[in-house]
Design a binder for this molecule. Structure first.
Ligand code: AMP
Length: 198
């Protein structure tokens, strides 16, 4: 891993559109989008040992324990395609995970360049996730689980925004609107931090 390259983090409540924007930004910045949720879902679908450990937490809308999640992200970030940068979607989600990521990056003489906070009203995200539950059949998109995921986000993940704000890394973006409009807002926000595509 080199010190050069773009390292971004997307943070926001479930249903704010992180996955959608992650795939667009991954192309724009030519870096892999890494979603811990997608990696967990893949492991659950294939009934791997990791998937078997993660499934109950995911179905309940709880965070998977930090130790499992941190090991998973270390493995992923050490793969060759992350050497020139990456975009994290859904990690870190807890202060313990921030500590882990900080140590990992410091060990590679690297640092995050920016944190994109996607802002979305809870009622809007619940509605969006209900639509996704019908379209994609995700068990954790059931309404009561969604409400719990929002609580977990508020308690465990929202405080990370303050932490990254003190580092001067956060751009807060209104996540409601057409996909291309939101992307445009993100790119303008990143530009204010001097983060631009090559
Ligand atoms: P997501 O696709 O990001 O909404 O994640 C779906 C589920 O995967 C979450 O509700 C958690 O159970 C689990 N998960 C994903 N990322 C993390 C993480 N960084 N830490 C703990 N659990 C996670």
């Amino acid at each position: 891993m080199s010190a050069a390259g773009t390292r971004l983090l997307l943070i926001g409540p479930p249903g704010a559109g992180k996955g959608t924007q992650a795939s667009v930004l991954s192309t724009t910045f030519d870096v892999p989008a890494i979603s811990t949720g997608d990696i967990f879902r893949h492991n659950v679908a294939h009934e791997t040992p990791l998937g078997l450990q993660a499934k109950a937490f995911m179905d309940a809308g709880d965070n998977v324990p930090d130790s499992l999640t941190n090991d998973l992200i270390t493995d992923r970030l050490e793969q060759a395609d992350c050497a020139g940068g990456f975009l994290l979607d859904g990690y870190p989600r807890t202060t313990d995970q921030v500590r882990h990521l900080d140590a990992f990056l410091a060990g590679h003489d690297a640092a995050m360049n920016a944190v994109v906070q996607l802002v979305a009203d809870p009622d809007v995200v619940v509605e969006r996730l209900q639509k996704r539950a019908i379209e994609q059949g995700r068990a954790d998109d059931d309404e009561s689980v969604v409400r719990h995921r929002l609580e977990v986000y508020q308690e465990q993940t929202a405080p990370l925004i303050d932490l990254y704000t003190t580092r001067g890394l956060v751009v807060a973006i209104d996540g409601i609107g057409e996909i291309s409009e939101v992307t445009q807002r993100i790119l303008e926000g990143l530009q204010t931090l001097g983060v631009t595509p090559a």
